[in-house]
Design a binder for this molecule. Structure first.
Ligand code: ZN
Length: 315
């Protein structure tokens, strides 16, 4: 009988659910909207109703669950989730196991994204990999000897909060100069607005944003830069250099086989990767930099759900 695994990726707006095979190929998938006002018990019930609709559900060996927030991996408890405030101290593992009679594993979404990238982008062909999630926030996941590394209490891989400027921008975490304050989406957009306010060199970005600075997104910035917009190019170049500093630190510290970049900001592709690679060349040990593959994920929207399903394989 085939070995199948079920994954759930719970985001603030959407809950993605999929069954994958032992090579992480999606066999069946579905999704439901996230009801952030509903009681966790009711949400869990709705999710398990979707399981039963899958044709291959009876062949599922285990269930994995990824969710943003502070997760107690060992006991399977969601301590706190920033996007879904009602999910406070939810014994998720126990509740799903009671309904399904299958083993359940839960972890935070940065770790499930890393496992997803390991299987989908790297095809599980290397031993050591770092995944860097570049979105509103900047997160990371660490794979050592094909297994997820969680650290002492599950917070390993907080790559976005590595200091790259000692007296730099103030970060939500309380520190100054965290990588996230230079390569996180919110900060990239803010830098653009500041440059637009102090310069009259570009109006292309504003055209794409309907003349409303509140509508500027990383996607618009990438479009503008590809058209040769001066400010957009400058913003990506700055962000790319900062990303390169961070990646050079990671390469020197960890000597990984590969680094996978995923999340919305990674869609800017060479706009951010080219300056990052130049910076890596300047800063990282040559042997480690040469042997480290830098990959932009092709599967950003599927990493969470596939990684959740494959969680059981990286224990
Ligand atoms: Zn920080």
């Amino acid at each position: 009988m085939a070995n199948y695994y079920l994954g759930v990726d719970m985001g603030g707006t959407l809950i993605k659910i999929a069954i994958v095979d032992s090579k992480a190929n999606i066999i069946e998938e579905d999704f439901i909207d996230t009801d952030i006002t509903a009681k966790p018990k009711d949400v869990i019930k709705n999710i398990t109703e979707v399981f039963k609709k899958f044709k291959n559900y009876s062949k599922v060996n285990s269930i994995g669950f990824g969710i943003a927030g502070d997760i107690n991996f060992k006991d399977g408890i969601v301590r706190y989730s920033p996007n879904i405030p009602k999910w406070n101290k939810v014994p998720l593992k126990k509740e799903i196991e009671q309904i399904t009679n299958k083993p359940v594993f839960i972890d935070n979404d940065a770790n499930t994204a890393a496992i997803g990238a390991y299987w989908l982008d790297i095809k599980a062909t290397v031993d050591n990999m770092i995944c860097v999630t570049l979105g509103t926030g900047v997160g990371g996941g660490i794979i050592i000897n094909k297994k997820l590394f969680r650290g002492n209490n599950g917070t390993a891989g907080e790559i976005g909060h590595i200091t790259i400027e000692p007296n730099g921008r103030k970060c939500n975490c309380g520190n100054n100069g965290c990588a996230e304050t230079y390569i996180g989406a919110k900060h990239i957009v803010k830098e653009t607005v500041d440059l637009l306010n102090s310069s009259n060199k570009s109006k292309y970005i504003l055209n794409l944003a309907n003349d409303n600075i509140k509508q500027i997104t990383p996607k618009i910035l990438a479009q503008a830069a590809k058209k040769g917009d001066f400010i957009a190019k400058q913003v990506w170049n700055n962000a790319g250099k900062k990303l390169g500093i961070l990646l050079a630190d990671i390469i020197n510290f960890f000597n990984p086989d590969a680094i996978v970049l995923c999340g919305g900001i990674s869609n800017a592709g060479n706009l951010i990767i080219t300056p990052a690679k130049e910076e890596i060349k300047k800063r990282a040990f040559k042997t480690s930099a040469k042997s480290c593959k830098i990959v932009v994920s092709k599967y950003t929207s599927k990493l969470g759900v596939v990684g959740a399903a494959m969680l059981v394989k990286s224990l």
